[in-house]
Design a protein around this ligand. Structure first.
Ligand code: PLP
Length: 418
């Protein structure tokens, strides 16, 4: 569109003057105004799980909007929020009995960090350090950027970010270094929390580590009284093969963050789930112990109803089977690239597959992302590489033929850019 006054996220407008307009979304596709379709291979920034505009979610939105809109959530409640909280507590790893609503991935992580700090202050043993994993991403607010590690994205805001302790990413064969470092950091007992993306570090390049590392991190956290925050904003709702990635490590974090797939991706909503111990630390006749956080759109009833419909889809439709089939197809697809010299690594966890494209200089690396994006878009494919990392994180309705199309295009991209 020309003459647009819209300022888009993560967009350098000087380099991307033409931004396509989408007029319809359906299943795995975005439809452009000119009638052409784009296959959404990244679930529109990892939010869409079952496919765009799942009828059950759309119906729930419509029905709820006929009786409720936003309600102040301090001092008031409503049925969709109450029912959803019960459902989430039932689905999440055991022990996460309290649900605090917010409206985006970043805010539910902010809430988690504040809960951790508030917990230690309220029990009279203040701790202020947060331990983070190298290459992590937890959002774009100042707080969540502080616990993230994306150099170029954070650089402009550095003076505002708070200090953290960083543990290395548990790369294959170097897992023990991560565990040893965390043990050393937590020994001084100043760490309020360790925050991690369980099993897959998304924006850091779809970096994957085994579940046993998470199990061990939880043990170390427990031994030192450090809270474990699992940021399942991206990994939740089936992406890694199970409803929540923490299940694969057989752990219950102290705090779990969920958003994106919570509503099947249709409408913004987030939730921070916490143990009753953390809630009880804030439960007091002393007003100073109140959890001081709110956003105007907390627990939007229409969004809560959409999330309830998502929960029902998980209950009534063969979602787990769909995920298992997609996981197998992703694994088979990667086989194709095993001996391809243009790709230096391939990896997969659940429904997420990633390939590292062989690249030359680091300057080339910085430029290649937008070039690859344009290459795929020309072929009607929404693939948005993270630097030289090509990944597929599709909605669960994607077909084998559609995946084949994507693999063909990836092969071609290897030949063109590798
Ligand atoms: N945490 C993780 C692990 C994410 O992947 C993201 C977004 O991609 C966020 C937090 C931030 O979510 P949002 O973009 O909804 O603020």
């Amino acid at each position: 569109m020309s003459q647009s006054q819209v300022w888009h996220p993560f967009t350098q407008h000087a380099l991307e003057p033409a931004i396509p307009e989408i007029v319809l979304t359906e299943g795995a596709y975005l439809h452009k105004a000119d009638g052409t379709r784009i296959l959404d291979a990244i679930s529109s920034w990892w939010v869409i799980t079952h496919g765009h505009r799942h009828p059950r979610i759309m119906k729930a939105i419509e029905t709820t909007a006929s009786t409720l809109d936003q309600i102040i959530f301090a001092g008031f409640t409503h049925e969709p929020a109450e029912r959803l909280a019960k459902a989430l507590v039932g689905l999440a790893p055991p022990g996460l009995d309290r649900v605090f609503y917010s409206d985006s991935g970043s805010t539910c992580v902010e809430v988690a960090l504040k809960m951790a700090l508030g917990y230690f202050r309220n029990i009279g043993a203040p701790r202020s350090r947060i331990v983070v994993m190298e290459h992590s991403y937890h959002g774009d607010t100042i707080g969540t950027m502080s616990v993230g590690a994306r150099g170029v994205f954070n650089a402009a805001y550095e003076p505002l970010l708070f200090e953290v302790d960083t543990i290395p990413f548990p790369a294959a064969g170097r897992e023990q270094e991560t565990l040893d470092r965390f043990e050393a950091v937590s020994r001084n007992q100043h760490a309020a929390a360790l925050i991690v993306e369980p099993l897959v570090l998304g924006a850091g390049g779809m970096l994957m580590y085994p579940a046993w590392v998470l199990t061990e991190l939880k043990k170390i956290a427990e031994a030192s009284g450090t809270l474990l925050i699992a940021d399942e904003v991206m990994t939740g709702w089936g992406r890694t093969g199970t409803l929540f990635a923490c299940e694969q490590a057989s752990i219950s974090p102290d705090i779990l963050c969920t958003s994106k797939g919570l509503t099947g991706g249709a409408i913004p909503l987030a939730a921070t789930l916490a143990t009753d111990v953390i809630f009880q630390a804030h439960y007091s006749t002393d007003r100073k112990k109140t959890f001081f956080h709110s956003s105007s759109y907390t627990a939007n009833p229409i969004a809560c109803a959409a999330a309830l419909a998502n929960v029902e889809i998980w209950r009534d439709e063969p979602v787990a089977e769909r995920i298992a089939v997609l996981s197998e197809k992703q694994a088979a697809g990667l086989q194709r690239f095993r001996d391809n010299p243009f790709f230096t690594d391939s990896r997969k966890t659940g429904t997420i597959a990633a390939l590292d494209l062989r690249t030359g200089s680091s300057g080339y690396l910085a430029e290649i992302g937008p070039k690859l994006r344009a290459f795929f878009l020309e072929r009607g494919l929404l693939v948005r590489p993270l630097g030289n990392v090509l990944y597929l994180l599709p909605p669960y309705c994607i077909t084998g033929d559609e995946l084949d199309r994507l693999h063909d295009a990836i092969e071609e991209a290897g030949e063109r850019f590798g």
